[in-house]
Write a protein that binds this ligand. Structure first.
Ligand code: SF4
Length: 357
């Protein structure tokens, strides 16, 4: 490994460990109304099935806080309640069995409330994430430091000191900005000052295209520095896309191995099938697995067969069809409209065969 990861304190978020030598986890936030438990549970299960390891839900009111109990019962990954200002909601969330809180103790109305919150969190041994975002930076801090990386870090440290004054160290921190350079600078600064685990993210990064690039550069640069213990990609898109991008960032840096590696060509004038469509559909239907498996989706028989033969399973496009290779051998010709189903079924078959060994 070319990067040396900074060793942070380890905290437990339900059945996930964050920090220390625990693998870097990928998390996201639901985009459903938390008060609607059934819809929220269904989204969490979908996210679980594609590799989400920690889920956060917004808790804007009492009804949402009470809904957490139902949600918690039905899911297997740890759940974190995201609360702003109202510490009473945090107390209900803790009673409802959440595995972590995201709340900034400096915003809940004074030391008595911080004391009560910390005692409740300590009673259940759940971590508190302090999450400072540039968009909601404390006005006093903004005046003193400007909307800068230093301002983000100072704000986070002020919240941290409130928890530490209660002898509470079960802490995770994030300092997010929409600007990639500011985000990188803030986390680097913060990492020099604390040994708490860090939750990385570029906030309000944008839609799938821009947001993926900003997150990959911001989160990726920090991870390459050895900074970061859990990551959340923020996209104006379905949360499953955030998980896929998060996992891909870890895989691209070699911080996560296993799973299916998809290789596809960019296509050119030689391609005579709709390869974009085939790739999109295959991506959507890929099974989740820790097995190393290489799948090649290539547009033509010029460069296609070489890559397809090298993969566990692969196709090389022809005219309205493609030839399919499995474990290096040409197996059959498949019509274009059956390519997705055929590839997925071959992948599932290989996974099944490996289970039998
Ligand atoms: Fe073009 Fe064929 Fe190469 Fe794809 S594999 S880029 S279609 S030459």
């Amino acid at each position: 490994m070319i990067y040396k990861r900074k060793k942070t304190r380890q905290v437990r978020v339900g059945n996930a460990l964050v920090g220390g030598d625990a693998p870097i986890t990928v998390q996201t936030m639901t985009k459903t109304d938390t008060r609607d438990a059934a819809v929220t549970i269904s989204q969490i299960k979908e996210l679980e099935s594609i590799g989400c390891e920690i889920i956060r839900v917004a808790v804007p009111d009492q009804e949402a806080a009470e809904s957490l109990k139902k949600i918690k019962k039905e899911i297997s990954i740890p759940i974190v309640a995201d609360i702003h200002f109202d510490y009473r909601l945090a107390l209900v969330a803790i009673k409802s069995g959440v595995d972590g809180l995201r709340i900034n103790p400096g915003n809940i109305g004074g030391p008595k409330r911080v004391h009560e919150l910390v005692r409740a969190a300590a009673g259940k041994d759940i971590p508190i994430r302090i999450g400072v975002n540039m968009g909601s930076l404390d006005p006093e801090i903004a005046e003193r430091y400007g909307r800068t990386a230093k301002g983000l870090v100072e704000s986070a440290l002020t919240h941290v000191s409130l928890l530490e004054s209660e002898s509470y160290y079960n802490i995770v921190i994030s300092v997010k900005a929409t600007s990639v350079p500011v985000t990188i600078e803030a986390y680097r600064l913060l990492s020099e000052k604390v040994d708490y685990p860090l939750h990385l993210g570029v906030t309000e990064a944008g839609g799938a295209r821009v947001g993926t690039i900003k997150s990959a550069i911001g989160i990726g640069s920090l991870l390459a520095d050895g900074i970061g213990d859990t990551i959340r990609v923020s996209l104006t898109d379905h949360p499953s896309e955030e998980i896929r991008v998060g996992l891909q960032i870890l895989k691209s840096l070699g911080l996560r191995t296993g799973g299916i590696e998809l290789i596809s060509c960019p296509t050119c004038g030689r391609c005579q099938i709709d390869l974009f469509k085939v790739l999109n559909e295959v991506e959507k239907h890929l099974p989740v697995t820790d097995e190393d498996l290489k799948v090649a989706i290539m547009g033509c028989v010029v460069n296609g067969p070489g890559e397809a033969k090298d993969a566990d399973v692969g196709i090389a496009g022809g005219k309205g069809c493609a030839i399919l290779f499995k474990h290096g051998k040409l197996v059959k010709k498949v019509p274009e409209d059956e390519l997705m189903e055929t590839l997925i079924s071959e992948i599932e078959q290989i996974l099944e065969e490996r289970k039998q060994v």
